[in-house]
Write a protein that binds this ligand. Structure first.
Ligand SMILES: Nc1nc2c(ncn2[C@@H]2O[C@H](COP(=O)(O)OP(=O)(O)OP(=O)(O)O)[C@@H](O)[C@H]2O)c(=O)[nH]1
Length: 349
């Protein structure tokens, strides 16, 4: 008997838009579906995997969560993604649905195109590409033209052949979408939200549905079962890079940089977070996440910054034998002054 293709949902969206939060909610409300999750993160701390494994959802046990940490999934399709999928499909107990979280810097197009590779195409289809948007960041003009910044980047990289890297990536992720989730609606008012809708719509020729969400709360029935088969249409959703380099030149993420800062224990977490806000604003850090060791506390403090908004909460106890310490991934544009950011974070602790 012909086996039914397994549907795979690709969840994309810029750094910190709320992808992991939405997936966590999805796993906890999956209505009996068994989900396998492939997570790809930029920066090598594996925070998303930790957050999702910690959610204890029955729909997706720790075994069903696969982390791809070898750079952006769109650059490692042949070496990482295809072998991972092949292994997943060999399992006796195949999942009902596959969910793939791309890194916040990934171009979804090469990933979706990989579903046309013969070894995958016969067994899996892309149920849909869902692009999560940080509505507050759009409203604040995060993805709007920043000509000063682009000009500054050109000084250090004369080969820079396109507009603002943030703007391009934002548009590429929207271009790939079958469904757009305007997340973080709690942070803006109705007029702001309408402006975000208009801006998002103005950036893409196709008109995928847009829905609004806070904390990624969207019913599983809305996210899963779109039934699009996006791999058959991906050639019509070209990224800026594909349009500029029709000759097949490889893309990269050279416009962005990430590094991990490791520190000892923090004495006053509230003061640390306040000082981090200052560092982020001064150096235009795009995303900072990780955890802190707080003196005298048995739990580790999870730190999540998107721009200068920081969430932090005591997440879980340090495991027996686990080395305590503060570890933070910092992501910014490639002109970010790594040494200055490192020194400023160390001084903030
Ligand atoms: N206020 C508010 N915060 C949100 C919302 N959704 C997510 N967040 C917070 O935004 C931060 C980033 O959320 P994540 O779900 O980790 O974002 P992500 O897209 O997975 O981030 P990357 O994987 O780093 O690209 C976290 O601190 C979340 O708690 C929302 O709707 N409103």
């Amino acid at each position: 008997m012909l086996q039914q293709k397994i549907p795979a949902t690709v969840i994309t969206g810029f750094l910190g838009a709320g992808k992991t939060t939405m997936i966590r909610n999805l796993l906890q409300n999956a209505g009996g579906k068994r989900i396998a999750l492939i997570i790809n993160e930029f920066g090598d701390l594996g925070i998303d995997g930790d957050v999702l494994k910690g959610c204890g959802a029955e729909a997706c046990t720790e075994d069903d969560i696969i982390e791809l940490t070898n750079g952006c999934i769109c650059c490692t399709v042949a070496d990482d993604f295809i072998p991972t999928m092949a292994k997943l499909l060999e399992r006796e107990n195949r999942p009902d649905h596959i969910v793939i979280e791309t890194s916040g810097l990934a171009l979804p197009q090469p990933l979706v195109a990989a579903f046309n590779w013969p070894e995958i195409k016969t067994q899996v289809t892309v149920d849909g590409v869902i692009t999560v948007v940080d509505s507050a960041a759009v409203a604040a003009g995060r993805f709007a033209d920043d000509h000063d910044k682009v000009d500054a980047l050109r000084v250090t990289d004369e080969n820079l052949d396109h507009e603002s890297p943030l703007e391009e990536l934002f548009e590429d992720q929207l271009t790939a979408a079958d469904l757009i989730v305007l997340n973080k609606t709690d942070l803006i008012d109705a007029a702001g939200l309408q402006a975000v809708r208009d801006e998002v719509a103005s950036r893409i020729a196709r008109k995928p549905s847009m829905i609004e969400a806070r904390n990624g709360e969207v019913a599983a029935a809305v996210l899963l079962g779109l039934g699009v088969g996006t791999e058959d249409d991906i050639a019509n959703r070209k990224s800026h890079h594909e349009l500029e380099h029709e000759n097949g030149e490889e893309h990269d993420h050279d416009e962005f940089d990430s590094f991990v800062v490791e520190l000892g224990a923090v004495a006053d977490p509230a003061a640390f977070i306040e000082r981090l806000k200052g560092v982020i604003a001064e150096h235009d850090v795009l995303r900072l996440k990780g955890f802190a060791d707080v003196l005298g506390k048995p739990l580790r403090l999870l730190v999540q910054a998107v721009g200068s908004r920081i969430d932090s909460y005591f997440e879980r106890a340090w495991a027996p034998g686990e080395a305590r310490g503060t570890r933070l991934v910092v992501i910014g544009l490639h002109d970010m002054d790594e040494q200055a950011v490192r020194a400023a974070i160390a001084a903030a602790a």
